[in-house]
Ligand binder design. Structure first.
Ligand code: HEM
Length: 139
């Protein structure tokens, strides 16, 4: 993926340092803006789920240059998401809440460049997950 690994990694580290509870805040924003998504998560988000999202993002950053890993891992993850009731349209909503949570945590250190890098990275991850979801449905 031709993404700005340094900018993504530095901004992710900064955000987690400022907001160790980033993922909890992400779910708060997600359910505030898109309350219809709440039932997918069984009502309440458990701490383990928050950790999974953070770890999944860190793993993606560590494998940005490994196209085979990304296609396989994210494709399989997207296929599992079909079973959670996730549709293509929901990816934009999750991306919106994730980037809003990160921008809030970074405060005045957030910038249009960082935002653009995250929109590109999230979009790439989402489309690999959606491809995997489509392969699973077609199989
Ligand atoms: C970059 C995009 C995303 C990433 C990295 C991500 C990551 C994860 C991970 C790591 C899990 C743990 C289970 C597994 O690996 O299969 C999970 C579960 C889940 N994700 Fe995602 N996800 C993403 C997008 C979405 C979207 C768009 C939705 C739609 C609302 C969603 C809803 C869920 C639900 C409902 C679960 C199951 C929770 C439960 O066990 O109750 N995810 N996600």
């Amino acid at each position: 993926m031709s993404l700005d690994r340094d900018l993504l990694t530095r901004s992710f580290d900064l955000v987690l340092e400022r907001a160790p509870n980033l993922t909890e805040r992400f779910y708060e924003i997600l359910f505030e803006r898109y309350p219809s998504l709440r039932p997918l998560f069984g009502g309440r988000v458990k701490p383990a789920q928050a950790r999974m999202l953070r770890e999944a993002l860190a793993a993606v950053l560590a494998h940005l240059d490994d196209g085979a890993w990304l296609t396989e891992t994210l494709g399989a993850m997207g296929a599992r998401h079909v079973g959670y009731g996730v549709t293509d349209a929901m990816y934009a909503q999750v991306g919106d809440a994730l980037i809003a949570a990160m921008a809030e945590a970074a405060g005045e250190d957030w910038s249009p460049e960082i935002e653009a890098a995250w929109i590109a990275a999230y979009g790439a991850v989402a489309s690999l997950m959606q491809d995997g979801a489509r392969r699973a449905v077609a199989a």
